[in-house]
Design a protein around this ligand. Structure first.
Ligand code: MSP
Length: 517
């Protein structure tokens, strides 16, 4: 069985989750669910990043210890993912003992191999980014352009990792498709930016702090703690048993894809592979960075007070429509604006009017004309074949490439096709003139809708099952989907069988009145 290891970033616990975090996590969940339907052995990892100056300061401001803050906040992340029906297989916290020991093991290995040395260093450090920042990269007010805060001058004796040593190797791994250790950095525009920066030359990086206690002590010098980014990146191997579960580690590593936003692509496409190579661990296969969500044109931030929380979306749309909308509103890659008004508009068009209408009209007509049963008739079902054609071409490819806005377009196109067919057939007229044809048409609507439902599973795992039952389909929806995605053979056993009783109808996507916004 093919394996698929997918990760999200581990999120800082200085704040509660917002929909920026949810975006990456839902995207990873959809990809993970899709891979499971394809029969892969999936490991989907997420978690929280709990060390470093940022967390320490945040705890101080709240008057609690860093550990108390971490316990509380990682709980909020776990809760949010549960609410959003995220199917992660693992949740790592960097304060887990197993992780801390793995970090120390890898640090010791790098040290023993002569890849770590000590030197005096002075630089400007941005706590928000948890990284040193060059003077030329500050804005006109001398602030970090992302966090709008002045960096602090940090001067101490630190341990350094010989990153520069890996410069040429990294260029080749990212640039050359024939390199056996190729790392595919996506999207291409960002890969080119990374390559451009690599060509300017790499400097060694500081990987420890002398003045910060809230971190993992270096095994070879306990007076210093491991730099939070090095600590964090190692989560991807510690979580799958690098230190003490060889079997699991060898099963899932290397990661098939690390997902994140553009802000942390450098760490994942340059520093992480260099650390892995230094520690003689194979490198990951793919890194994919999406853009930032902006809200009404502004960056989402606590200071601006424009943060949308997962709970707000759930309250407005319900859990699974919220998942669908979050990932399908903007293309995965560039920055994109997501106002509440746009979300409501897409909800009404795609879910209330198109999908919701399809389910409700077919169910109601079956109630009216066929005593709430799937019509029993003989017919050649061309409609489902047409729907399959639409979905076949690009559905899977768009998910593999994380282009969920495209997937949603494809789904909508297929749903529209059935709705148009209904308009054209006008079953309400056939009811008066040709009941045999009416039965044949209705039967096909159910089959074609069942096919759509299989493709909705990664986006709406619970609702798709609900619609499956409404449509009187039989068997375990996941098993039916797995079989179909494996053999693509129509007709499909389990799809609304002739004469089967439909489920009790309920409105799944009530229209949202826009004037109430
Ligand atoms: N702790 C580090 C990651 C370590 S991974 C080894 C970190 N954490 S973070 O909490 O700041 O999360 C950053 C990630 O959250 C982004 O890369 C992205 O996945 C997600 N997003 C946070 N805000 C976002 C938006 N406004 N828009 C889209 N994604 C956003 O960096």
């Amino acid at each position: 069985m093919k394996k698929y290891y997918i990760t999200t970033p581990i999120y800082y616990v200085n704040d509660k989750p917002h929909i920026g975090h949810a975006y990456t996590t839902i995207a990873a969940d959809i990809a993970a669910r899709w891979k499971r339907l394809q029969g892969c052995d999936v490991y989907f990892l997420t978690g929280t990043d709990e060390h470093g100056a940022k967390i320490c300061q945040s705890a101080q401001a709240k008057g609690i210890t860093p550990k108390e803050l971490c316990d509380q906040m990682s709980g909020y992340f776990k809760q949010a993912w549960k609410l959003l029906n995220i199917s992660n297989d693992g949740f790592i916290r960097t304060t887990d003992k197993m992780h801390e020991e793995t970090v120390q093991l890898i640090m010791q290995k790098l040290y023993d191999k002569g890849l770590i040395y000590k030197k005096e260093y002075e630089g400007l450090y941005c706590v928000g980014c948890e990284k040193f920042i060059a003077e030329k990269d500050l804005d006109e007010n001398g602030c970090c352009p992302d966090h709008k805060k002045k960096p602090v001058l940090q001067s101490e004796e630190n341990y350094f990792f010989k990153l520069s040593q890996f410069n040429q190797q990294l260029i080749d791994m990212i640039e050359n498709p024939a390199n056996p250790n190729r790392i595919e950095v996506l999207p291409e525009t960002r890969r080119n930016e990374i390559l451009g920066k690599l060509r300017l030359g790499l400097e060694d990086i500081s990987i420890s702090r002398a003045a910060l206690d809230w971190g993992i002590p270096l095994p070879f010098d306990k007076s210093q703690t491991v730099y939070v980014w090095v600590d964090a990146l190692i989560n991807y191997v510690s979580a799958i048993g690098y230190k003490d579960n060889k079997e699991k580690f060898e099963k899932y590593w290397p990661a098939d894809i690390h997902l994140m936003a553009k802000d942390i692509l450098w760490f994942h496409s340059v520093i992480w592979p260099a650390l892995l190579m230094g520690a003689d661990i194979p490198v990951h296969k793919r890194v994919y960075a999406h853009g930032f969500f902006t809200i009404n044109g502004d960056k989402m931030s606590k200071t601006l007070g424009n943060v949308i929380t997962p709970q707000q979306l759930i309250d407005k749309f319900g859990v699974e429509p919220a998942r669908y909308l979050t990932v399908s509103l903007i293309p995965f890659g560039p920055d994109g604006d997501i106002s509440m008004a746009e979300l409501v508009k897409k909800y009404n068009v795609d879910l209330a009017n198109n999908l919701g209408n399809l389910i409700s009209r077919t169910n109601k007509m079956a109630e009216k004309y066929f005593e709430g049963k799937v019509p029993d008739c003989e017919v050649e079902d061309n409609l489902t074949k047409e729907v399959a054609k639409i979905l076949d071409i690009d559905y899977g490819k768009s998910i593999e490439n994380m282009q969920f806005h495209k997937t949603s377009e494809i789904l909508q196109q297929a749903i529209t096709l059935i709705n148009q067919q209904i308009e054209q057939d006008a079953p309400w007229k056939l009811a008066k003139t040709d009941t045999q044809k009416l039965a044949q048409c209705m039967y096909c609507y159910f089959q074609a809708t069942d096919l759509i439902i299989l493709h909705l599973i990664p986006f709406m795992p619970t609702l798709s099952e609900k619609i499956w039952n409404l449509n009187g389909a039989t068997g375990n929806i996941i098993d039916v989907a797995k079989k179909y995605f494996n053999d693509k053979i129509l007709p499909i056993e389990g799809f609304s069988p002739k004469g089967n009783k439909l489920g009790k109808f309920e409105i799944l996507f009530p229209r949202i009145q826009t004037e109430k916004l």
